[in-house]
Design a protein around this ligand. Sequence first.
Ligand code: R5P
Length: 291
Amino acid sequence: MQKIFFALPGNEVLTDSLAHKTDGETGGMELRRFPDEETYVRIDSDVKGKDVVLVCTLDHPDQKLLPLYFLSKTAKDLGAASIILVAPYLAYMRQDIRFHKGEGITSSYFAALVSGSVDSLITIDPHLHRRTSLSEIYRIPTTVIHAADKISEWIRLNITKPLLVGPDSESEQWVSAVAANADAPYITLYKTRHGDREVEVSVPHIEKYKDHTPVLVDDIISTARTMIETLGHLRKAGMKKPVCIGVHGIFAGTAYEDLLEAGTAEIVTCNSIPHPSNRIMIDDLIMRYLS
Ligand code: R5P
């Protein structure tokens, strides 16, 4: 089936790359705000009978979801055969239980909205922690791609004697996979989160790794408090300046600057969310599922 790609704002580079690599067409459209802040959508290309690929990474999801929904519904109204959402970062996955009385389990509600908006979803390393599969909350076909091999490859090429460090037990799944392919040892720490920006991390004995370069690997860097707290402990333990790798660099507010200031040797992210720290490109990984 012929594919036509549309970039939601900010996703143009990845969209062009995917369209190019899969011999697909890039669609034209207009998406803008009316003066009253409502959303205007117009599709200029012929989508009839085609698979429409909407590329929209879902950091800052609240402002992105309605334009995405309108675009998807417009394409379907105009005869698209199917709507595939490529969302390299999938939002709301961390609110997967009621941590405090009265809270909403927003990962489920968000999943219901996305499932009602598109026909299928392709994403990279969603934060599956207490849930093991997206199918527990998404009722459309989903494809989960892992960036571990790409991260291992970057580490192998750029770091001598790495020690992979996972800042919490949740990160073990990513760190262990990356460590195995990078042929490097790894340790995981224990984290307690007291609030949005209050994080406490404990470090095991790491004396035997003093001559290694610590490489912190986590799925998400949001406020960066998890990484900053970990950096402090590694410094106290007399370790070398660490490299920080996040699959998804959200960098809320001044998080990127804060993390640089906290004494990291380098901050590296995948291009699942466009950012100057993007060094690990996931285009080829996604392309395989679109060919
Ligand atoms: C949490 O469970 C995730 O794996 C990350 O550790 C977390 O989202 C990082 O958040 P922050 O950068 O705000 O500490």
